[in-house]
Design a protein around this ligand. Sequence first.
Ligand code: EPZ
Length: 418
Amino acid sequence: MKKIIIEGNHLLHGKIRISGAKNSAVALVPASLLCDEEVIIDSIPNISDIDALEEMLEYLNADVKRDKTTIKINSRNINNLEIPEKISKKLRASYYFMGALLGRYKEVTMFFPGGCPIGARPIDLHLKGFEALGAKVYEEGNKYTLIAEDLKGSNIYLDFPSVGATINIMLAAVKAKGFTTIENAACEPEIVNVATFLNNMGAKITGAGTTTIIVEGVDYLHKAYTEVIPDRIEAGTYIIAGALLGDNLVIENIIPEHIMSLLQKLKSMGVKMKLENGSIIVNKSRNLKPINIQTRVYPGFPTDLQQPITTLLNYCNGVSTILETIYENRFCNVEYLNKMGTNIKIEGRKISIDGPNELTGKQVVATDLRAGACLILAGLVAEGITEISDVEHVLRGYENIIEKLTNVGAKIRLEEIK
Ligand code: EPZ
């Protein structure tokens, strides 16, 4: 087990470079299995989720070469094996192997994916999409076997614009016969990243990034190259760190359009920041105006940033609120923030944050990835020492977070708990 120790209240000065997006990379790697030749994916983040996916690829006998930021994958000799649960439960995104292996072999056996305990997180929309394409789904506890005589294009309407279901159905449809339409599709930038990659291989996908995606099945996918887009959630997390403690903190390699909803909210709070060709310069801001946030699908305010921004809302003069509309249990950070000195009340899917309050370093627990990020931000700004345990969650999703923060003046270190 690992824990993070932070000595708080040190200004952050210098540059933080944003890495490739975790939620793109974890879909791009499984998508490679559909290709009949070698693929190259650049700007891959060096996080444990990618390690887990690499392990799954190697288990299937794919040829994988990975260096610092690039991964080369050749799936010509893979075997369509049942991936053991001990590997697939390491991350939720293992479910993309369902869509990829079904799309390639018309058969796959997988265990229900892992992931953060932020809600039930069913995969019914994924399975409904696969069935619409002609697959039969057999469930045995948390083991799913999908078998299709043939995969035929179909019209699929998603009851909820699920990111995972949208991508997974795309993966299963690229080699199906005929046309597939995905209505009420999710529009997140990560979906465009995956569709572009598949089209680089010769797939025929139009409409990615809109609510209607059309896939025309093809027989063969040739070698291709793609680059992972910058991680908009990592970017948002460090911009919030800058609003807490920035001394001209520069966050570089961002795509502002991908975080417009966050930037609007920060602006309305009165955060001091400015955009400068692909970078943001942000400064410590206090006397902030309270705001109300509702998490929404893209381009609305991202649910993955509601826990990180909660730390900043503690510095608003008055009561701010957050309504979490995507997940049913994404406030596990609140008890630990209150232990450090915030005044937050939970009412169902809504929290109210009454500020401002000084925060004091305490021993806290990272219950999930973005709760961990929230507590790191709180530790950075609190007086004294904060110890965060169970930080494996955080290391899954933020590449070199200790190094990136240390390089800009934070007093933060990682320790093994014996
Ligand atoms: C992706 O999860 C991200 N994970 C999540 O990021 C992110 O919070 C989420 O999209 C929403 O933006 C990855 O990309 C690996 P959904 P995903 O399907 O695909 C319900 C992080 O912190 N739902 O859009 O699982 C589901 O329960 C992680 O980086 C169904 O009911 O999200 C949830 O309430 C956390 N049935 C809502 O939809 C389904 O079949 C959103 O889920 C699928 C989803």
